[in-house]
Structure formats: structure tokens, C-alpha cells
Design a protein around this ligand. Structure first.
Ligand code: KG4
Ligand code: ZN
Length: 344
């Protein structure tokens, strides 16, 4: 049919989410009803995501979230054309919950099931929000991933760079923990950095100047620890200065790494008139990093696309949309025997 509607399910980490998304014959997407339940409170006491707690929370919440998404969309299960569920990568307990639920609905309704790669969901979001055409560059910076990816088409990706140690969000979280700031660390570090002197400490800018497009953030974390240990006692101003200097180092690192990526894109695709860089992942909330990427894109005549934050962080609309894109591109649905993949 020309107009397709799909139910999306996301349970790969610490967000339980369901969404109903439509795609018109013109390729435009529309979110009809979405819900996200964050487990932040369940995990904050532990300073990180606890897999067993996450899996249990998904089980408890998912069914009613799906009902709520359908209700908001004004649709019933009979009205939708297909089901899309994240089948990896992520925490295995959560993946099992989401994928099994998707399979059960597919079996009960006889509708096709699409087992979606979570990263494909992030990668295709800009086509839902901005109708972007292929190819484009995507920077995914979250708690679990740091990747620069060339998006050539549906199911057609080329990873240009990844972290060789910590993910960027993880570096923010560990830095915060070292400094006694609350979890999640990113927002706390950004808040403290506002009152800090970014020039007080010169933290390492790993891999800057290297031709390969990879990232590394664990050395930065070590330098933060050493800086904090060198001061006794550590005042709020010291913490602010460390946070500001940390953020500066991250900005400069991204500027160098992504700058090289933009150059490579231009060399490979000189025919693309307005090349675009899309950012995704929770770290995309950081105002300094956004400003750095915006300035870098302006300088290189790239369009910088930062989807609304709710669609940058984990959500089910991006999973639903990826399912619709797979359907529209003619990919076959998945067999109901498809297994979740923690690593993918
Ligand atoms: O995409 P996301 O919500 O979840 C996954 O990792 O899947 O990303 C969460 C990460 C956490 O590491 C968090 O500290 C970081 O994004 N983050 C930030 C900011 N807000 C969230 N990092 C830097 N600055 C922020 N304002
Ligand atoms: Zn994610």
C-alpha cells in the first residue's frame, strides 16, 4: 500500500519505548503516537545501568506502553501494517523482552516483523525528521557508542571511525563519577563547566592529527583523575575548571576528527551539492559540542542537522521508522525465529 503504518518497540538499554509511525507514498514520515519511559531513577543509585534491573523494568512497562502508543495514535493493532522491534545491539535481557513481544504481536495479528538494528534506527532518524537524502555523514555519540558513519542507503553503511576504548558519553559519566558529580554525568559536567575556566588544565586530545578517523577517550579520563588528585582539597571552583577543561579537550578532539571526516566525504562525493552531518545520541544534548560541530560545518559548507533531542536519545520512533524504510526499500520481513544479538 502507499501509506504504511508500523508499531516500533525499543528496549535495548535503559529506555522502554513504543511508537506508531506512518510513511506516506511521498516518503515522508509522521509520528502518530509515541511513549518513552526512562529508567533513570531505577539505576541512578548504582551510578550506571544495571542489566537485571533494566530487563525487569522493561517487562513491567512494555505492554502498557504499547497500548498507550496505540491509543495516542488512535490506532488498534489491526490498523497497523507491521511491527518493528530492536533486536540488537544492546543488553540481552532487554532485547529479549522487546523482540519476544514484537514476535508475539506479529504471530497473533499475522503482520510482518522487522528485527531492527538499533544503530540503523539512529542512522535513519534524520530522514524522518528532515527528509534527508542519501548519502550523508552521521556522528553517533551516546553512552554506549561513538561512531562516525557514512550512510549510503538503507542497510548500506560504512563505519569510518569508532572509539578504541570508552564511548564519549561513558567518558562524561566516568569523569563525573571521579569528581563526585551525580549520574548521568553528561548533564552534570556541562552544568559545572559553565562556571569553569577551560584553559586551566590542558587535557590530552587523543588521536588528534592522525589520518584514521577513530576516537579514544580513556586517556582523557586518566588525566582528569590525575588533575583531581593533584589538588587538595578540591573546591567547587576546581571541579568547574576541570569540567570546562575536559569539555574543551573533547570539543577540540571532535573538531579534528570530524573535520577530517567532512574532508573525506567531499573527496568521495564531490557531486553532493549540500553535504550533511547528522548528530545522534545523548551527548548531542551538549551545547558546547553542538556549537563546535555547527561552526565546523559552517566553515566546511556542510549542513548540520541535530534532530530534536527526544529523537537523538533512545526512542521507538526511530526503530519504527527504520522498519518502514526497510519495508519501503523492499527488504523482506524477518522470520519469527530471528534471535536477539547483544553485539551486532
Ligand atoms: O543516547 P543516550 O540517552 O543513551 C545511550 O547511551 O544509549 O546517551 C546517554 C549518554 C550518557 O552517557 C550521558 O551522560 C550523555 O549521554 N549525556 C551528555 C549530556 N546529556 C546526556 N553528555 C554530555 N553533555 C550532556 N548535556
Ligand atoms: Zn542509542
Amino acid at each position: 500500500s502507499s501509506h504504511l503504518t508500523i508499531l516500533g518497540i525499543e528496549t535495548s538499554c535503559d529506555e522502554t519505548a513504543a511508537s506508531v509511525v506512518a510513511r506516506g507514498a511521498d516518503g515522508k514520515g509522521e509520528i502518530l503516537g509515541e511513549v518513552v519511559l526512562s529508567q533513570l531513577e531505577e539505576h541512578s543509585a548504582y551510578g550506571g545501568v544495571v542489566p537485571e534491573i533494566a530487563a525487569r523494568a522493561h517487562v513491567e512497562a512494555l505492554d502498557s506502553l504499547i497500548s498507550e502508543a496505540l491509543l495516542r495514535a488512535g490506532r488498534s493493532l489491526e490498523d497497523i501494517d507491521a511491527i518493528a522491534a530492536t533486536s540488537g545491539p544492546g543488553l540481552i535481557g532487554g532485547l529479549i523482552v522487546g523482540l519476544m513481544t514484537g514476535k508475539a504481536i506479529a504471530r497473533a495479528t499475522g503482520k510482518p516483523l522487522y528485527a531492527v538494528n538499533h544503530l540503523e534506527g539512529h542512522a535513519l532518524t534524520a530522514r524522518l525528521t528532515d527528509g534527508l537524502s542519501f548519502p550523508y555523514l552521521m556522528l553517533l555519540v551516546s553512552g554506549g557508542h561513538t561512531q562516525l558513519v557514512l550512510v549510503r542507503g538503507v542497510d548500506d553503511y560504512e563505519r569510518w571511525g569508532t572509539t578504541i576504548d570508552d564511548a564519549l558519553g561513558e567518558a562524561f559519566d566516568k569523569t563525573a563519577k571521579l569528581l563526585g558529580l551525580p549520574y548521568p554525568g553528561g548533564p552534570a559536567v556541562e552544568r559545572m563547566a559553565k562556571n569553569g575556566n577551560p584553559e586551566r588544565f590542558t587535557f590530552p586530545r587523543p588521536l588528534v592529527g592522525e589520518a584514521r578517523l577513530d576516537f579514544s577517550f580513556s586517556g582523557l579520563k586518566t588525566a582528569v583523575r590525575q588533575a583531581a588528585q593533584s589538588i587538595e582539597p578540591v573546591t567547587d571552583q576546581d571541579v568547574a575548571d576541570i569540567c570546562a577543561s575536559f569539555q574543551r579537550a573533547v570539543s577540540r578532539t571532535l573538531k579534528d576528527r570530524i573535520g577530517r571526516g567532512l574532508e573525506r566525504f567531499r573527496t568521495l562525493h564531490p557531486d553532493v551539492e549540500t553535504p550533511s552531518l547528522v548528530v545522534a545520541g545523548g551527548v548531542a544534548a551538549n551545547a558546547e559540542l553542538r556549537a563546535t560541530l555547527q561552526a565546523l560545518c559552517d566553515k566546511n559548507r556542510f549542513r548540520f542537522i541535530a534532530p530534536p533531542l527526544a529523537l537523538c536519545t533512545d526512542n521507538a520512533s526511530m526503530i519504527a521508522w527504520a522498519g518502514l524504510e526497510r519495508m519501503a526499500a523492499g527488504f523482506a520481513p524477518d522470520d519469527l525465529s530471528v534471535a536477539p544479538r547483544s553485539r551486532w
